[in-house]
Design a protein around this ligand. Structure first.
Ligand SMILES: NC(=O)c1ccc[n+]([C@@H]2O[C@H](COP(=O)([O-])OP(=O)(O)OC[C@H]3O[C@@H](n4cnc5c(N)ncnc54)[C@H](O)[C@@H]3O)[C@@H](O)[C@H]2O)c1
Length: 344
């Protein structure tokens, strides 16, 4: 369905969006309907999944507003509270809804609450989605939620379940551009490795700015390794917390933009340049097989491949090992809770 043949691009694409009554869902669906994810020549059908009563009501309100926009590309909007019905015929799954971390909740409680949601949704995708289904998980803990969903979807290749780290990639691009007084469009080969959490590793050592090694450009701006480890990495990794502190609420529009960019690159291609995506490791770069970890990937013609041209020095390896260990700990925790299915 997602080929470069313009005839087939004009076929409507069915998108199931979960958490449609929440903030990121709201910030995402209007842009999809306006053609910003799949292009101005691709009609879309939206299937919204929420939980009753409040979530469903909020999704109904958002659907009324979608109607009021009279988007030419929007063929239909349907609202569901049953995952199996919601994923019927879906070509794309945007899994945004998740159980929030509430006061007094331990990490294991959060993993358990989300494990129940994502195992059910993985099974529903396996049963009722279209053969070409592609999934991005936004709801946190995104990498492990994606792993749980994949493990409960025997009829879908596990590589089709991915986690959102594009927001982190964008944050890193913006910080690097600001630090070197360059444009984000001049920066190539940046990467986010590992978990979408404070342990993530934003890697500038492979990055190029206007064709030059980013490290050299940084040095010219008085920014050494100390700056990378003491300022840049924590700034990117803790940006979500900083937004909460300043804005009084979590990232919404930037997360929606990340999710839209993730899917747009996957389906329409990344123009030969690497972007960051949480994808299933087959052991690349020494990342343990069988976890969903962020890597630099190149997308083309509806497929992605991990870019194998990055060099990992001792400095980078230390950071990658730490974030991978966190993913392994999360996997072990959900395994102990009996939340991992058989199909990985
Ligand atoms: N990966 C990232 O880069 C990134 C960035 C920002 C936020 N997030 C995460 O995205 C998620 C959504 O954030 P938000 O600000 O939209 O939250 P929100 O609380 O505004 O909305 C979440 C919505 O999900 C719904 N929901 C809960 N369980 C559901 C289920 N089983 N099926 C369908 N819907 C369900 C809720 O009813 C709610 O309307 C959170 O987990 C947040 O931590 C991820």
């Amino acid at each position: 369905m997602f080929t470069s043949d313009s005839q087939s691009q004009k076929k409507p694409v069915t998108i199931t969006l979960t958490g449609a009554g929440g903030q990121i869902g709201y910030a995402t669906m209007f842009r999809i309907a306006a053609g910003e994810m799949l292009g101005a020549d691709t009609p879309v059908r939206l299937r919204l999944l929420e939980i009753p009563p409040r979530g469903v009501k909020a999704a109904e309100g958002a659907a009324m507003e979608l109607e009021d926009c009279a988007f030419e590309l929007l063929e239909s909007v349907d609202i569901f509270d049953d995952p199996q019905q919601a994923f019927e015929g879906a070509n794309i799954g945007m899994l945004i809804g998740a159980h929030p971390r509430t006061a007094g909740m331990e990490r294991a409680d959060l993993l358990e609450a989300n494990g129940a949601i994502f195992s059910q949704q993985g099974a529903a995708i396996s049963k009722s989605a279209a053969d070409d289904i592609k999934v991005v998980v936004v709801g946190n803990p995104a990498n492990t939620n994606a792993l749980i969903a994949a493990s409960h979807a025997p009829d879908v290749p596990s590589e089709r379940f991915t986690a959102l780290t594009r927001l982190d990639h964008h944050r890193a691009l913006a910080q690097l551009a600001a630090a070197t007084n360059t444009r984000v469009s001049d920066i190539k080969k940046l990467a986010i490795w590992g978990n979408h959490s404070a342990s993530q590793y934003p890697d500038v050592f492979n990055a190029r700015i206007a064709g030059r090694a980013a490290r050299g450009v940084l040095r010219e701006h008085g920014k050494d390794e100390q700056w990378i480890s003491g300022v840049f990495i924590p700034k990117v990794a803790k940006r979500g917390a900083e937004i909460i502190e300043v804005r009084g609420g979590s990232s919404v529009a930037s997360a929606a933009h990340g999710a839209i960019s993730h899917m747009r690159s996957w389906i329409l291609g990344s123009g030969g340049e690497p972007v960051s995506m949480g994808v299933l490791s087959a052991g690349q770069y020494g990342v343990t097989e069988g976890i969903i970890s962020s890597f630099p990937v190149i997308c083309d013609n509806g497929c992605y491949e991990i870019d194998n041209s990055y060099e990992i020095d001792e400095f980078s390896q230390k950071y990658i090992d730490k974030t991978v260990q966190e993913l392994l700990d999360e996997k072990e925790a959900v395994k102990t809770l009996g939340l991992l299915g058989e199909s990985l």
